[in-house]
Design a protein around this ligand. Sequence first.
Ligand SMILES: [Fe+2]
Ligand SMILES: [Fe+2]
Length: 332
Amino acid sequence: MQKLPSHAHEVPANGPAVVTQFLDVETPEMRSLYEKAKRDQWNASSDIDWDSGLAPDCGILPDGLIDIYGTPYWERMSAAERLQLNRHFSAWRISQLMYGEQFALMVCGQIANAVPGIDAKFFMATQVMDEARHSEVLARYLYEKVGVTYPLTSNLSDMFDRVLETPLWYLKTVGTQLVAETLAVSLFRMLADHSPDPLISQICRRILADESRHMGFGMLSLPEQVTELSDREIAEAEDFACVATAGLLQGQFPQEAYEAVGFSKAEIHDIKTMRRTAAEKNEYVAFRQYFKKDFHTALWSNMDKVGLLSRRAIDKLGTMGICAPERSAAAA
Ligand SMILES: [Fe+2]
Ligand SMILES: [Fe+2]
């Protein structure tokens, strides 16, 4: 067994590698997605204006996304303290996105092996490159511009490992292109449209252009695959989607960011409780409502489009507060 540094871990990931001897165009829509991916490659080193951004008095995420925004904790802080919390809170959140990009890179390499069709293999080769670029660009932003990174949460790590471990390519696609990328797109859109920092907005706009192709892969490859599955396998894929969603949404409290700016253990405990209560009553400020609605609507509609939204999947999503788009719109 190889010796790994303390910041790395190994995942047992054996699955079948499918070799095909038919390399002509098989699925024209997938081949055209591959053509678009080749056409729209960009270079994180030269296509981003690295000299811009992160002015001394500039936050990264909108303040409204910070749990304590609008509470007495927020009111008592000076402008400088709020800015410092914003930077740490944002670095914590973007660190999780950065690890997610590396995870996507690795899973797509596995899908390129396991998926049977050549067009899908070609497209996955471009997604591996896209995800390498996304990992690179977020890492450079955090290490070079913000100067802070935070560790991967255990919930996300478990979710990533689960997707890497399954030998079935379509479950990897359910966990990655269908669920994780839907959440990532909502976060990137939020940053692109509302961040006070022009550099991260620019980076996220670039990433979003790639992500729409990645979600396109799920939409093109999954519906036909789902029609070939047995009822038991469909139930397994739905459960996989719901477990992946829970892995992304739960246990995502930026405790280390609050600690870094001097909050006490008791205060952090109080903030966690406040956050839970707000979630139960759906009393989020405008930005969190907007984000939640965006993610829930997209996930619901994507699961529906690929044929993974049975009554039991709807019930499972409901336990996480995810309901039909009309209802979530009415609740917002
Ligand atoms: Fe990505
Ligand atoms: Fe992606």
